[in-house]
Design a binder for this molecule. Structure first.
Ligand code: AMP
Length: 216
C-alpha cells in the first residue's frame, strides 16, 4: 500500500506511522526524521534544513522533494510505503503525483489525523524523541518511558526537539493551516481521504487507522 499520513504537529503522526508501518509491513518514511538524521550527521542537506526547521518553517520544496523522491525510489519502498510529513503543501503533492505517475503507481489512501488545538500544545510540550530512532516517540505524562530519559524500544537517549518551543510550534501550526491543510481538499477530490480522531489511547488510534484502511 502507498499511504500518506497528514495531521497537525503533535497529532501523533510519528508514533502512529511507526506502528502502522510495522503492522502493514511497509517502510515508514518521515521527511522530518530524514532531515534530523542529516542534521545530526552534519551533511550539507542538514545544514541547509536546520535554520528552517528551528524556525518552524518548511524546508524549500526543491530540497524536500528531491530527498523524498530518493528515499521512496529505494528498493524497500517498491511494494509500498507510509509517508509521514510529506507532502506538506500543494507543490509537493503535485510533485508526488507526478513521480508516482511516472512509475505507473498511485496512492491508495490519505489518512488525516485530527486533534483539537489545545491538545496539540500539551502534547508537544511533553514530547521526547529517541536519538537513535526518531520514530520512537514518548511523552512525559501520556506515554512515559519505563526509565526517565531512556528509550524503551532501543535504549537510546531521549531528547526534546529544538523546534518544539512555543514560538516554533505557533509558526508550525500556521504553516499547517495555510500550506498543508489545502492538500486534504486536493486528495479529497481524488476520493482518497479518511479523517480519523487522534484522541484517546495510542492503540485505539492505531486500530481506527487500520480500520480506515480495511485492515482491522
Ligand atoms: P516533522 O518531524 O514532520 O514535524 O517535521 C519537522 C520539520 O521538518 C518541519 O517543521 C519542517 O521544518 C521540516 N519538514 C519536514 N517535512 C517537510 C516537508 N515535507 N516539507 C518541508 N519541510 C519539512
Amino acid at each position: 500500500m502507498r499511504i500518506v499520513l497528514v495531521g497537525p504537529p503533535g497529532a501523533g503522526k510519528g508514533t502512529q506511522a511507526h506502528l502502522l508501518a510495522k503492522s502493514l509491513g511497509i517502510p515508514h518514511v518521515s521527511t522530518g526524521d530524514l532531515f534530523r538524521a542529516n542534521i545530526s550527521q552534519g551533511t550539507p542537506l542538514g545544514v541547509q534544513a536546520k535554520s528552517f526547521m528551528d524556525a518552524g518553517k518548511l524546508v524549500p520544496d526543491e530540497v524536500t522533494i528531491g530527498m523524498a523522491k530518493d528515499r521512496i525510489a529505494q528498493d524497500d519502498c517498491a511494494g509500498g510505503f507510509l509517508l509521514d510529513g510529506f507532502p506538506r503543501n500543494l507543490v509537493q503533492a503535485e510533485a508526488l503525483d507526478g513521480i508516482l505517475k511516472e512509475w505507473g503507481v498511485a496512492l491508495d489512501a490519505v489518512l488525516d489525523l485530527e486533534v483539537p488545538e489545545d491538545e496539540i500544545v500539551k502534547r508537544i510540550a511533553g514530547r521526547r524523541l529517541c536519538r537513535r530512532n526518531g520514530a520512537h516517540v514518548f511523552h512525559v505524562d501520556y506515554n512515559p518511558p519505563k526509565t526517565e530519559g531512556v528509550c524503551d524500544e532501543c535504549g537510546g537517549e531521549l531528547y526534546q526537539r529544538s523546534d518544539d518551543t512555543e514560538e516554533a510550534v505557533r509558526v508550525r501550526l500556521d504553516v499547517y493551516h495555510n500550506e498543508t491543510e489545502p492538500i486534504i481538499a486536493y486528495y479529497g477530490e481524488q476520493g482518497l481521504v479518511s479523517t480519523i480522531s487522534a484522541l484517546g489511547p495510542v492503540e485505539e488510534v492505531t486500530q481506527r487507522l487500520l480500520a480506515a484502511l480495511g485492515r482491522a
